[in-house]
Design a protein around this ligand. Sequence first.
Ligand code: GLU
Length: 381
Amino acid sequence: MPESPVIVVKVGTSTLTTPQGDLDLNFMRALSGQLCQLTREGLGVVLVTSGAIRAGMYQLGLKACRDLPSSQAAAAVGQIRLMRVYGDFCRDQGLNTAQILLSRGDVANRERYLNARNTLRALLAHGVLPIINENDTVTTEEIQFGDNDQLASQVCQLVTADILLFLTDIDGFMMPDVDGKMVLQSDIHEITPAVIAAAGGSVSGFGRGGMTSKVNAARVASRLGCRVVMAKGKPRGGQPPVVAVAHGEPVGTTFWPGDHTLRGRKRWLASSAPVEGTLTVDDGAARALLAGGRSLLAVGVRNVEGDFGPGDLLLVRAADGAEVARGLSNFSAEQVRRIAGLHGHQLAEALGYETGPEVIHLDNLATVDPAGVPLTNGDDA
Ligand code: GLU
């Protein structure tokens, strides 16, 4: 059965707050209504929200935050209010919400990345709306995403999103025509140097991100196979265009992934990251992987080389040494050594905890040919 599509909606501070700096409750009610409708339609929906710092400043009566601890304090105050408002509006319509606060460290570390991913997937499976913000109260510059545009593109990877929607205070992405007049673009098929130049360095209102940051985030997300849409969050007299975008209506600017579909994501997986270890598998497992659509199970693993951790990229070789696949390990090298050759029902005893039988899940696996080039007719369907 195909999985339901997943949409990540990112809303910025300028869209979420009034000119005075308080949360715009009318907008948040309308946005929550749209998110609830999509959940009822069976989509996986994730919200990445800004607005905590601004809402906290308003509540504390601060005109500006001059240092990091002040904005972190404002974020701590504002975040709780943000969540209460979303929670109440969604609960009125029968939708449960969950708060997830992430920092860059949570996705840079593979183990934490996998944990966050599993939690998000479990929330979506339970029909809950995860609401994500940066963990502003503890992040310092070194571990900051910096802005929620970057965070949103990472979330797309975590949940294997199909659509990323930026709700902003502008109509979409503008580029100069031959006379230098800025024109709204309905479709961008490639993020060329001209697109990057047109993004300039603009930062809107109180948010940290700007057009350059959105275009960078769009580039990352579209590499992962996501359709990225940039649209006005508060169209005059209308609803935030969340349902419209999910239904494929043309709104704002769409950045198309081109041929960077899920297959492209796997190609990227197969070619970009450093390899940390090698698994040699038996003939049955090698054939199953090459036939496509299968995870690598512990029972097929014959030999383990390297010292890797969960989430590290592994090379998978057939008994004759030919490379069959690459993918992200669910376990450490030491754990794979313990479970190699075991059947699913034997793993809990070997590891001391309940776990699935996949050493590399299909979602994180790319089948390659012996030269290391991903197959194009392989397991990507
Ligand atoms: N995390 C910040 C907040 O909630 C917003 C960051 C951004 O503007 O992108 O206030």
